[in-house]
Design a protein. Structure first.
Length: 478
């Protein structure tokens, strides 16, 4: 965080990060972030920044700058749930923006509200640390008497003591000061969980201890990952206060009450927006930490289930061989030397794989086809009998069967035809003619027997078809 605030281009970096990453958009797609930062650089350079005797700008494109910021630990690059690469501010980046925001915003003052907050915190700490039963009972009786006295006064028509606008403004600034610390705290908890995840996976891959011991220890640690760090334990305690949805609703109602008061008109627009977004930022921070916890538990459990020490050692040996080969090749290579890439793995030329290992004979090719010179026995009538539909005869038969009726039952017409028109292909041809003339299907299912030229029979089931009378329609055979 200090490295970010003390570097030469800190004003530009802090401003750009604050512009790109907001409370409503904590994660930004990589392509969108590069486009927005490039646009900001172009606008600044066109305005004269980055030239001599002016405010310096970092060199390079937005992609180069984001890569440098990721390496410095100010940004985190990860894959979202939608399989999209996104940038997120790290805990150091969030802390730097909070420091810059406090310095650039309204200056904090020693006010009555801040002193009251401090005194109430000290009083609560003393009460929680004091185990004396009688002292606790005395304090509770005093508080009850004070509350009862105030209630009696109000019931008798007493006026409600209101604070002046200056005191309310001081209290609002104190609330904003406390709320600005939350995003960095949430980010630190999420990053500590991810660090534990990396440590656990690395320990599993080393395979130093017995597998059973690793399973017992790290599965238990994965289930209680929030208890493994001070930040996690602190967040677990805070989650008991703010994790209840009803408590968030109460908080949002209290903020609406504050924003309806007249004194909020004296606050700058940015501070009013921060007051409005307090509950949303708390919910968002809780979701980020819980998502990091679920992801860490999932990764650890998956690594434990799929952990294969033999395979990991083979991968490590392969990587060491690759690095050793590079160390041998680099000293004797020249700058810019072209290296032919290995585009595909070599394939063994085995020819024909034996299918039955029990047969010692080599595989034989199939017997060659013998010549067939019996085409003289096939007549034109036989060829026509096994050919396609006879459209002309089918159209004439359909028209004759319909007579003067406007419609005709196609199935009944087919059954009434001669055997030479009851082939399977003639049934399809008849349905094709009916479709061209305009047909209507019915819900009735009928069964039709067809006869092939070799006297074999085939049975077909089809829905009932009623076609328009083709009498008078023109058209050649299809």
């Amino acid at each position: 965080m200090l490295a970010l605030l003390h570097q030469t281009h800190a004003p530009f970096v802090v401003t750009v990060l604050a512009m790109v990453f907001t409370a409503q958009r904590p994660a930004v797609a990589v392509a969108d972030a590069h486009a927005e930062i490039n646009d900001a650089l172009d606008q600044l350079r066109s305005a004269g920044y980055g030239e001599e005797d002016s405010q310096p700008l970092p060199a390079g494109s937005a992609r180069d700058l984001c890569r440098q910021w990721v390496q410095a630990g100010w940004l985190v690059r990860q894959v979202s749930d939608d399989d999209v690469e996104v940038y997120r501010l790290s805990a150091y980046g969030v802390g730097a923006l909070e420091v810059a925001g406090r310095v650039g915003g309204a200056r904090t003052r020693v006010s009555e509200s801040r002193v009251r907050t401090l005194l109430e915190a000290i009083e609560r700490l003393a009460q929680d640390a004091d185990p004396d039963l009688m002292s606790r009972m005395v304090r509770l009786h005093e508080e009850i008497q004070q509350r009862q006295k105030e209630l009696t006064r109000l019931e008798k028509g007493g006026a409600v003591e209101t604070a002046d606008e200056e005191q309310l403004l001081e209290a609002a600034e104190n609330v904003l000061h406390l709320a600005r610390e939350l995003p960095a705290d949430f980010a630190r908890v999420a990053e500590s969980i991810k660090a534990i995840q990396r440590d656990v996976v690395a320990e599993l891959r080393h395979d130093v201890r017995p597998t059973g011991e690793v399973l017992r220890e790290y599965l238990a640690r994965g289930q209680r990952i929030l208890d493994a760090t001070p930040e996690g334990r602190a967040f677990a305690g805070a989650l008991r206060l703010i994790g209840d949805p009803a408590q968030i609703d109460v908080l949002w109602g209290q903020l609406r009450t504050v924003l309806r008061h007249r004194f909020t008109e004296l606050l700058p627009q940015q501070q009013r927006r921060e007051l409005t977004e307090i509950s949303r930022r708390i919910e968002q921070g809780v979701r980020e930490v819980l998502a990091a916890q679920r992801q860490a538990s999932h990764v650890i459990t998956t690594q434990v289930r799929n952990h294969d020490p033999m395979r990991d050692r083979q991968v490590d040996e392969l990587l060491r061989d690759v690095m050793s080969g590079l160390h041998k090749w680099v000293p004797g290579s020249r700058r810019g030397e072209v290296v032919d890439p290995l585009r595909r793995l070599p394939v063994a030329d085995v020819g024909h794989l034996r299918q039955r290992m029990s047969d010692p004979r080599p595989p034989q090719p199939p017997a060659p086809l013998h010549d067939w010179d019996e085409t003289d026995d096939v007549t034109a009538a036989d060829t026509r009998a096994w050919g396609g539909p006879r459209y002309a005869e089918l159209r004439t038969h359909l028209a004759d069967f319909a007579g003067a009726e406007p419609t005709v039952d196609v199935v009944a017409a087919f059954r009434a035809a001669g055997e030479e028109l009851q082939r399977p292909v003639d049934l399809l041809g008849l349905l094709e003619l009916a479709h061209g003339a305009g047909m209507t299907e019915t819900a009735e299912i009928t069964v039709v027997d067809t006869v092939r030229p070799d006297r074999t029979r085939r049975r077909f089931a089809l829905g009932g078809v009623v076609a328009a009378n083709p009498q008078g329609r023109s058209g050649g055979d299809e």
